[in-house]
Design a protein around this ligand. Structure first.
Ligand code: NCD
Length: 334
């Protein structure tokens, strides 16, 4: 895969070699993210960070990653604050904003919208989530986290057993992650969701065609030998009404007691976040916060490394980042 100058729209673009390339570069970014040193390799470069859907960590971590490489960030948030609300096409917005930026990251509520936008862009576009379709950078950071967590327990991704729980229909993170996992060997998927929120057939076929196994369940029953438990939020913004979303909220709660009952003591707990902590949902209870296998905040930290790597690769500076090293002068709590 050629990174320099390329859009990153889907995990379908990746093979194992290109994933390893991203992870290698991400590893090299750790000293910068930990503020042990800084780099100005992207001094003068501008990121257009366009978020037409709610986001906290994806938007801020894209911006942080770009800043950590020495670049500047220009941002627009919300549909109503942008010219799209005045009827401007994605193509026109892309033509205009790509004139102001060296690279663009974008989130939008419609499936396929980021790819459509990319057609009008003169600079690389990175998909930060397009409707229920894909979230490639989240999948890469999830996979990077899985690899690190498994390595800690002496394992690797080939032969992995992952339980995915919750809204598997609208959850774009589980769609993209499943497709990436298909590139590995002998993966076992346990897919737990209400029938109405089951994993889409296209993903099930991709799993099957790649020679992996999956089992589907509507309840969290029995004892899983899963290496990873990947919990998700009911994507209420994609339902016709709040009442419909409420039917499914809180169906699959995970707390320490449920975890102990169904999972191994070493099962790693993941969630793309935000976790819905309202009483009626509470899908990942605070009583898991002290559980050493709760990897959710390691995921968010890893997100910065992976996004730095993607910026460095798409802008073709991955081999010269440390030529622009500078000292850190301030107190750092990292
Ligand atoms: C996810 C998303 O937006 O798809 N969050 C994220 O990017 N970290 C999942 C979610 O919102 O539930």
């Amino acid at each position: 895969m050629k990174f320099e100058g390329s859009h990153i729209l889907s995990v379908n673009q990746f093979d194992r070699e290109s994933i390893e390339r991203v992870f290698d570069v991400a590893n090299q970014m750790a000293p910068y993210a930990k503020r042990q040193k800084r780099t100005t390799v992207l001094d003068g470069a501008i990121l257009g960070n366009l978020f037409f859907e709610p986001s906290t960590r994806t938007r801020v971590s894209f911006g942080t990653a770009f800043n950590l490489l020495g670049g500047e960030v220009r941002e627009t948030t919300g549909m109503s604050n942008s010219a799209l609300a005045k009827g401007e096409s994605l193509y026109d917005t892309a033509r205009v904003l790509s004139g102001y930026s060296d690279i663009i990251t974008m989130r939008h509520p419609d499936s396929g919208s980021v790819a459509e936008f990319a057609q009008g862009s003169r600079v690389p576009v990175i998909n930060g989530g397009d409707g229920a379709n894909e979230h490639p950078t989240q999948a890469l950071l999830d996979l990077y986290t899985i690899q690190k967590e498994l390595l800690y327990h002496g394992g690797n991704i080939d032969g992995l057993h992952i339980a995915m729980i919750g809204d598997l229909k609208y959850g774009r993170t589980v769609h993209s992650l499943s497709k990436l996992l298909c590139l590995f060997k002998n993966i076992r998927f346990t897919l737990i969701s209400p029938k109405e929120l089951a994993m889409p057939d296209a993903i099930l076929s991709a799993i099957e065609n790649a020679g992996h196994r999956y089992t589907i369940s509507e309840t969290l029953e029995g004892n899983f030998d899963a290496d990873i438990c990947y919990q998700t939020r009911v994507q209420e913004e994609r339902f016709g009404s709040q009442e419909e979303a409420n039917l499914y909220r809180g169906k699959f709660r995970l707390n320490q007691q449920i975890y102990t009952k169904h999972f191994q003591s070493k099962t790693v707990i993941m969630h793309p976040l935000p976790r819905d902590s309202r009483t009626e949902a509470n899908e990942l209870d605070n009583d898991l916060n002290m559980n050493p296998n709760l990897a959710i905040f390691r995921q968010t930290d890893n997100g910065v490394l992976v996004r730095m790597a993607l910026f460095a690769l798409t802008l073709g500076v991955e081999n010269i980042v440390n030529k622009f090293d500078k000292e850190v002068h301030w107190y750092s709590g990292h």
